[in-house]
Design a protein around this ligand. Structure first.
Ligand code: ADP
Ligand code: MG
Length: 323
């Protein structure tokens, strides 16, 4: 380990918080944890590569935030309470300012969710950030992709398509990912792309309530498709009910906003299925969390996701790629 590497790790280590179940954190060859007896461990990993998973010019604060956010989102979609994570960093150079700003974003989110960084690895190479996150869940309550049942409602949290609209705007040169904008709607879209909000509290509250869940990282159609495939069911969506934000609608119009909601990735909202008997409870949950939860369709016999009577999808939804 070089001196530069050591001092970078020190910059990160000093930012970590204590947790009662961390017996030994950063500094030894491996960490020692004391998971709560009787709980199941939930483990996930996700890597972000510069220029592939985020624009290379994204500020380090946002990269730190998003690196953890995408992993917290995977824990949320399983209904797990976050607990610990490890961070593998590949950095082109040992820039302490960059690492400090990255840590600001990473730990802002980590501290908010009481997830503790317990180790990792630091190497020189193209900019790449990889997190393994761990959480806990009561046995039998994890939200899996294979639990959807015919007759279930299909729900989504928040609004969909914002990150895709933001990415298009950035590619078209009308949105700057490097800084906040004076235009509130542009800034909302930028935030949705650069600093997604993992729906951790929602995931935990749905554990044992929802039948199946997935986080929307690749687009609603693709991710709900995973639930259908794993559960051996189909889904029928009503595109009119897709929750799109005023900002997305103002930017690209209603039909393109819906297209983005169906196909756009990187939103990190949750899509879940639940019995109709849960409607009142889920509406109450939306109020408690101050987070819109929208019923967008139902689980039907079959094996694919359809968007209504026209199986190919209403005309107009297909043109988002031409924006
Ligand atoms: P080793 O060579 O034994 O793998 P390292 O020198 O890579 O150990 O790391 C020293 C300590 O610093 C270990 O506890 C490791 O988990 C931690 N560490 C290294 N890089 C990071 C990082 N990017 N984030 C958090 N902890 C890290
Ligand atoms: Mg090492």
């Amino acid at each position: 380990m070089s001196l530069a590497e050591f001092s970078l790790i020190e910059r990160i280590r000093t930012r970590t918080r204590a947790r009662a179940d961390v017996v030994l954190g950063i500094g030894d060859d491996a960490a020692l944890l004391q998971p709560r007896a009787g709980e199941q461990l939930v483990v996930t990993a996700d890597t972000l590569n510069s220029g592939v998973h985020f624009p290379a010019e994204t500020p380090p604060y946002d990269i730190g935030w998003k690196t953890l956010a995408v992993n917290l989102s995977d824990l949320a979609s399983m209904g797990a309470r976050p607990a610990w994570c490890v961070l593998a960093l590949s950095l082109p150079d040992a820039d302490p300012e960059w690492v400090d700003a990255f840590a600001d974003g990473f730990f802002a989110l980590a501290d908010a969710h009481d997830i503790v960084l317990i180790g990792g690895d630091t190497t020189r190479g193209p900019l790449s950030l990889s997190v393994t996150a761990m959480g806990q869940v009561a046995p039998g309550t994890a939200l899996r992709r294979d639990g959807a049942r015919v007759g279930d409602d299909v729900w989504v949290s928040g609004t969909l398509g914002d990150a895709a609209v933001a990415l298009r705007a950035w590619q078209g040169g009308t949105l700057d990912v490097r800084r906040t904008s004076d235009d509130a709607q542009v800034d909302f879209l930028r935030q949705r792309l650069a600093r997604p909000t993992p729906r951790v509290a929602l995931g935990c509250a749905l554990a044992g309530v929802a039948h199946a869940a997935v986080d929307i990282s690749d687009g609603l159609l693709a991710d709900l498709g995973h639930i259908c495939e794993r559960s051996g069911v189909g889904a029928e969506l009503d595109p009119e009910r897709l929750p799109v934000s005023p900002a997305a609608r103002a930017r690209v119009g209603q039909s393109h906003a819906r297209e983005a909601a169906l196909r756009g990735g990187d939103d990190y909202e949750l899509c879940f299925t639940a019995a109709p008997a849960q409607r009142t409870a889920i509406d109450a949950l939306a109020t408690r969390l101050a987070l819109p939860l929208t019923r967008i369709g139902e689980i039907v016999p079959g094996h694919a996701v359809s968007t209504g009577s026209d199986a190919t999808g209403p005309r107009g939804y297909e043109h988002f790629t031409e924006l």
